[in-house]
Design a protein. Structure first.
Length: 522
């Protein structure tokens, strides 16, 4: 990462195609150094006259050394972050094919509603009388979630998917202890479940045992039934599963688990594929989290806030966490808290979070639900499944699809690296897609498929957008099948070359040093 005299790195932007430019820019693909390479720590963007501040109120916490940040003018600062933003891929730029992530368009209506002062400015410590509108949103969303899933109750406070999983498993744990069966410590997790499921069960204090997948990519029901016994607390099953397939034996599995004295936890991260079509409660599910930030469109990527309400069966509702919203006889909405627990909710396992949930996520999700209506939500799942099957069938003969013979897929299409030229892998296809202007699909997951490529187009993409993506993926796959050597060094057109990802993960450079870096992931 050596700098030239002007502080730019033109050799890193040329990508091997044409002569390097003096600036490092390639027309509107602007090269941008680190902020430390632009500014100087000896200057500031704004100058203030020296003055006697007098006594401060910092309690002895006054900075004693230079902060080490470069000083930039306002135009330099704006240009720096604008140029960096142009190097990011986003759903506003194009199709985002990450499988099992549901990266779909977030309607701006949702954002506008969430930013209304009564929602955006609400504070969790406000008197309940002053937040009746916000509580009404939480309550109405809860009613919708219960109706859409056919369940009995819902815990709204979990903050995201894995947090919701933990909530559901703690409900199961509390229910078992209530009936004197705390000795049930085994949770069965199929290979086709999300990877967070076994981690959550272990975190909750359970022992985890795997259940294999059958040849068609679904749970081996016979193997699961054979393992059931007096030590089994629950089964955690993802439906639709990570192979993009609907677990059509879920009702049979639920009946068998209940007969053996256990509970059924369903990972609802893929609820986007069945919302409005299938009610998990009808399939015998006892607990299921719903990723509001996936099914109901709120932005999923970028590390933003999540929300993972957990719907519960009648058997588990008494063990839900606090707090929850309750409508009193006079129509007044109240929060049932710890001080009310003894007589209002005596069996609840406790509290998941400091406060009541993610208000912004609740508001966005309810806006999405109300703007679609029941029939619109049904169309959401139908279009998501249609788009995924269109991708799956359009790439037949180009990419291996290990479960294409198992019937239609659900919301995502699963491919493998079988059939690529010797020495070429899923990683090469993914890097080639970057040159085509796409973020790569999910790679090497699920683990039940070697060299997996998982594509989820979602319901918000048009046929024209799908055709362009299919064409790009087909072109890259054909290059990999033909052994195109240039693909091994892709991407060529991205702001940075192919990273040594192992080195970047094991030896990340996280702090700026005022000297050229000998080794760093560029």
């Amino acid at each position: 990462m050596t700098l030239n005299q002007s502080g730019w790195r033109p050799e890193m932007s040329a990508g091997g195609k044409g002569a390097p430019t003096h600036t490092g820019n390639r027309a509107l693909m602007l090269e941008e150094p680190l902020i430390f390479e632009i500014g100087s720590t000896r200057t500031t963007g704004v100058d203030f006259a020296e003055g006697d501040v007098g006594h401060d109120r910092l309690g002895g916490l006054t900075r004693r050394a230079a902060i080490g940040l470069p000083g930039l003018s306002e135009p330099e600062t704006v240009r720096h972050y604008t140029r960096l933003s142009r190097q990011n891929y986003a759903i506003d730029l194009g199709l985002f094919p990450l499988g099992s992530c549901t990266m779909k368009h977030n309607p701006r209506l949702n954002e506008r509603v969430a930013r209304l002062p009564g929602f955006a400015d609400v504070h969790p410590l406000q008197p309940v009388d002053t937040v009746q509108g916000a509580l009404a949103v939480v309550n109405e969303l809860a009613v919708w979630l219960i109706r859409l899933t056919g369940m009995h109750g819902v815990a709204m406070s979990p903050k995201a998917g894995a947090h919701g999983e933990l909530c559901g498993m703690l409900c199961i744990k509390a229910a078992l202890e209530k009936r004197g069966e705390g000795h049930r410590r085994v949770v069965l997790v199929p290979e086709s479940a999300h990877g967070t499921n076994p981690a959550t069960a272990a975190f909750a204090g359970f022992a985890v045992e795997d259940i294999p997948a059958a040849a068609d990519g679904r749970v081996d029901t016979a193997a699961l039934e054979e393992r059931l016994g007096p030590d089994v607390a629950a089964v955690m099953i993802t439906n639709p599963n990570t192979c993009g397939l609907f677990e059509r034996d879920l009702k049979r599995i639920s009946d068998a688990v209940h007969a053996a004295g256990g509970y059924v936890y369903c990972d609802g991260a893929n609820f986007n594929a069945i919302v409005g079509r299938v009610r998990p409660g009808d399939l015998g599910v006892d607990a299921m989290h719903i990723n509001l930030h996936k099914t109901f469109s709120t932005p999923h990527g970028g590390g933003g806030p999540g929300s993972g309400p957990v719907v519960l069966s009648e058997a588990l509702s008494p063990f839900a966490p606090l707090p929850f919203v309750e409508r009193r006889g006079d129509g007044h909405l109240a929060l049932v808290e710890e001080q009310d627990a003894d007589d209002r909710h005596p069996d609840g396992f406790g509290r998941m979070t400091a406060f009541h949930g993610q208000m912004g996520m609740f508001t966005r999700a309810l806006a999405y639900i109300l703007s679609h209506g029941a029939d619109g939500l049904r169309q959401v799942s139908e279009d998501a499944v249609l788009n995924a099957n269109y991708v799956l069938r359009s790439l037949e003969g180009t990419l291996d699809a290990p479960f294409a013979g198992s019937g239609p897929c659900m919301h995502e299409a699963l491919f493998s690296d079988a059939g690529l030229a010797e020495g070429f892998s899923t990683l090469d296809v993914a890097k080639g897609l970057i040159d085509e202007g796409y973020h790569p699909m999910t790679v090497y997951f699920p683990l039940v498929v070697h060299g997996a490529m998982l594509v989820e187009p979602t319901e918000t993409e048009s046929k024209a957008a799908l055709d362009q993506f299919i064409g790009a993926l087909r072109a890259v796959a054909e290059r990999a099948r033909a052994g195109d050597a240039d693909l091994k060094t892709a991407p060529h057109f991205a702001p940075r070359r192919r990273l040594d990802e192992t080195q970047a993960a094991r030896r990340p450079v996280l702090a700026w040093k005022d000297a050229p870096l000998a080794q760093a992931a560029e």
